[in-house]
Design a binder for this molecule. Structure first.
Ligand code: NAP
Length: 305
């Protein structure tokens, strides 16, 4: 599909792309670049590419496709570093979880003749680093592009074909809309998880060993989200601030409604809400975004309770 692909950042997402590219033979050369010598060495040990360098500038030379997979707060600095070596006609994309901020950070550095197409695969886990990636991570998952008004249609079609080859379903959105949608489906749930796990950690009347011992009764599902990479999620919060604050305000109002219903014993209100939310879960399973297995769709989890 491409002569040379350059992967800038080789953590969970970058290394999953590398594994798929290798398995599917989507490029002749795959150059991997990451800022630390340790991560680069690990990528080389895992044989994720065909060449390796700590210099992002060096990596993008002659590349037909450049994929930036670093925390969103670092996107601008990476774009500035690689800009002088980007080939005319190359496609430059990213995988960042926020889009308006990434566009604002990267666009000013994109040279004339380079096709910058921001993207976001909606796939991941709470793990990070090159060992965390795996082949097939993107299979059946959405990849959203937020093209700019002057995005070249052929370049977009080529990038779309690349992600489809990785098994993704592709969609396009306006960056601001993307950031709002992701604030509710991903960012807010992570913030709530960080908060609830933090609250449990701070409780004085329930011991930490009890929290761990009895976690299967609901808490455990939050701990998976709350184990996500702190750097990535700090950057998501800082770079999707407005949409997240808007969703948090709405969430707090709805929580107050729930609190009132519990205080005043309004069982009907509780029952109605819990019935409505159950239907959403069913729709997600029907849409193929999760499986209807017990244990919240996680196969193989130990059944201790
Ligand atoms: P990761 O596993 O933590 O890997 C991060 C990579 O970026 C590493 O190669 C790291 O290099 C490099 N990096 C970290 N800080 C950097 C900086 N300041 N400047 C330059 N490079 C830096 O992260 P990931 O989960 O793959 O996430 C990468 C991107 O994908 C993020 O923008 C995230 O929002 C997005 N994303 C993540 C998920 C998910 O579930 N994890 C899902 C969809 C999209 P060193 O190791 O050499 O320091």
């Amino acid at each position: 599909m491409f002569g040379k692909i350059a992967l800038i950042g080789i953590g969970l997402i970058g290394s999953s792309i590398a594994r798929d590219v290798k398995a599917l033979g989507l490029a002749k050369d795959v150059t991997i670049s990451t800022r630390s010598a340790d991560t680069l060495k690990r990528a080389e040990e895992l044989e994720l590419g065909t060449s390796y360098t700590v210099s992002a500038l060096e990596a993008v030379k002659d590349a037909d496709l450049v994929i930036v997979s670093v925390p969103v707060g670092a996107s601008g600095a990476v774009a500035e570093q690689i800009a002088p070596a980007l080939k005319k006609g190359a496609i430059l994309t990213d995988v960042g979880s926020t889009k308006a901020s990434v566009i604002a950070q990267m666009s000013p550095f994109v040279p004339e003749g380079v096709h910058f197409i921001p993207g976001h695969p909606l796939a991941g886990t709470e793990k990070s680093g090159p060992d965390a990636g795996f082949e097939g991570l993107f299979t059946g998952r959405w990849c959203i592009f937020t093209p700019l008004p002057d995005t070249d249609a052929d370049a977009l079609a080529k990038l779309r074909a690349f992600w489809e080859a990785l098994g993704s379903r592709c969609d396009e959105m306006d960056p601001q809309h993307h950031d709002k949608v992701l604030a509710i489906v991903s960012h807010l749930p992570h913030i709530i998880a960080y908060n609830i796990v933090g609250t449990a950690d701070d409780l004085e009347t329930v011991t930490e060993s009890e929290v761990i011992k009895y976690s299967a009764s609901g808490f455990r599902d939050f701990t998976r989200l709350a184990a996500s990479d702190p750097t990535m999620w700090r950057d998501v919060c800082l770079h999707n601030r407005d949409a997240i604050l808007e969703m948090l305000a709405r969430f707090s109002e709805d929580l107050a409604y729930l609190q009132r219903a519990i205080r005043w014993g309004e069982g009907d209100k509780l029952f109605d809400l819990f019935t409505r939310t159950r239907a959403i879960r069913r729709s997600i399973v029907q849409a193929g975004q999760d499986v209807d297995a017990p244990d919240f769709g996680r196969h193989g989890a130990p059944k201790k309770d």
